[in-house]
Design a binder for this molecule. Structure first.
Ligand SMILES: Nc1ncnc2c1ncn2[C@@H]1O[C@H](COP(=O)(O)OP(=O)(O)O)[C@@H](O)[C@H]1O
Ligand SMILES: [Mg+2]
Length: 407
């Protein structure tokens, strides 16, 4: 077996790989022309790649002691447990997804993993290693020991954050969202339950905030390829029909944008995320949501469709800058809605919940995206899903969320 390690993702979708000689000579060769397809399909030219300490054969249980009595959380599809590396004793989280629960197109089953491999950003919970067994997908991740944002808010006596805390937390969330949107990826299920914290904040701060659960995420394929910004920032850029506009009702009621409820035409998930950001900011600031969360009546749906929310309350009067941002995000027309990039440049956001007179966006630091080594799919997962774009709808249907019960 030839051994190789992915060193770096290069522009143009290529990867730099280091190959290790298997004859014991210790020699190494570098190649810069490897595509993701070659890796995923084990191209003979690439060989059977073994990622250094990543994507090993077997199951997570071979390498980690999975503590199934320590459930870190459970979503609609996955259960997450704490686990410990048997050789290094490093503590991690393993998210286990029962494969029998996936009813969509088989070719798209691993889209969540593929998405996780791309979201290398401090504000996104990526993936360290993946194991695929006959029954389960096991995703090894950093253990986020501070609850999800919804639980955290519920455990706070006030149920909401101070303006500074809300601004700082929201800044981190928007940074992560602007980063994925820059890659043309939409999350499509942004809500406090899918934002994880690494500290419980009892020491006064939400230290680490990461966007998690890319199970509904989707990559858009824009006509203006190569110009990532255009995908979400330029209203003239249109996603091609095959390029990622969605017809499926995904998401969670209360966070979903009016265009999903209207279901009149295919919608752009990036704009949908921007609406959800408005709902999240609202909850962070005042501890309640602008629209009913969960099980919705016709009247509740109508309120979302009209963008009918009440922001003239005494609580909101004390938060004029946050209120102004909510109003820009909770705009019914998706094309007039504020983008995540524009939101990130807001004075109040950049200054972590403080509006600084005289501050200009030009002085704002760019969204950071330090390089992290890309990983790849486990060796037993075949074929890149990009080859099956026409089956995207089937994959969506396979995971379509029902909590939002969009008719
Ligand atoms: N890496 C992690 N560290 C700690 N808890 C986690 C981690 N990943 C998930 N969880 C917990 O498990 C819950 C469900 O995970 P999630 O990825 O949202 O699954 P689903 O796709 O089923 O919604 C989260 O809300 C969180 O409480
Ligand atoms: Mg979830």
């Amino acid at each position: 077996m030839r051994k190789a390690e992915v060193m770096e993702k290069l522009p143009g979708g290529l990867y730099a790989l280091k190959f290790f000689a298997t004859d014991g000579s210790g020699s190494e060769t570098l190649r810069h022309d490897i595509t993701a397809d070659m890796i995923a399909e084990k191209d003979p030219d690439v060989g059977n790649i073994v990622m250094a300490s990543r994507n090993r054969q077997g199951t997570a249980d071979d390498y980690f002691t999975v503590n199934r009595s320590d459930k870190l959380g459970q979503g609609q599809f996955a259960i997450c447990y704490s686990c410990t590396n048997k050789s290094t004793e490093e503590v991690k989280a393993v998210k286990e997804i029962e494969r029998s629960g996936y009813t969509g197109d088989k070719a798209r089953e691993f889209d969540e993993v593929k998405m996780l491999l791309k979201v290398n950003h401090p504000q996104c919970l990526g993936v360290d290693e993946v194991f695929v067994t006959d029954d389960k997908v096991q995703i090894l991740q950093q253990k986020m020991c501070g609850n999800n944002l919804m639980m955290y808010l519920m455990n706070r006596s006030s149920g909401w954050l101070s303006e500074k805390e809300a601004g700082s937390c929201f800044h981190k969330i928007v940074e992560g969202v602007a980063f994925i949107h820059g890659l043309g990826i939409c999350h499509r299920d942004l809500k406090p339950e899918n934002i994880l914290l690494a500290k419980d904040g009892n020491d006064g701060g939400l230290l680490t905030v990461k966007i998690a659960d890319f199970g509904f995420a989707k990559e858009l394929h824009f006509e203006k390829l190569g110009d990532a910004d255009a995908s979400f920032n330029d209203p003239t850029a249109t996603a091609t029909a095959a390029g990622g506009l969605t017809a499926t009702g995904l998401g969670t009621f209360g966070y979903v944008a009016p265009e999903i409820i209207a279901r009149k035409s295919r919608y752009n998930g990036i704009y949908v995320d921007n609406w959800s950001l408005g709902v999240i900011l609202w909850i962070l600031c005042v501890g309640e949501a602008p629209f009913k969360l969960g099980g919705a009546t016709k009247a509740d749906k109508a309120k979302v469709l009209q963008g009918a929310y009440k922001i003239d309350t005494p609580k909101w009067k004390k938060l004029p800058h946050a209120a102004a941002i909510c109003k820009k995000l909770l705009v019914v027309d998706p094309k007039k809605r504020q983008t995540s990039k524009a939101c990130l440049a807001e004075n109040w956001v950049q200054n972590d919940g403080e509006y600084k007179e005289g501050w200009a966006p030009a002085s704002a630091p760019p969204a950071s995206s330090p390089p992290r080594k890309p990983s790849s799919l486990p060796p037993n997962v075949k074929g890149p899903a990009d080859k099956h774009k026409d089956s995207e709808a089937q994959r969506d249907e396979g995971r379509a969320c029902c909590e939002c019960a969009i008719a």
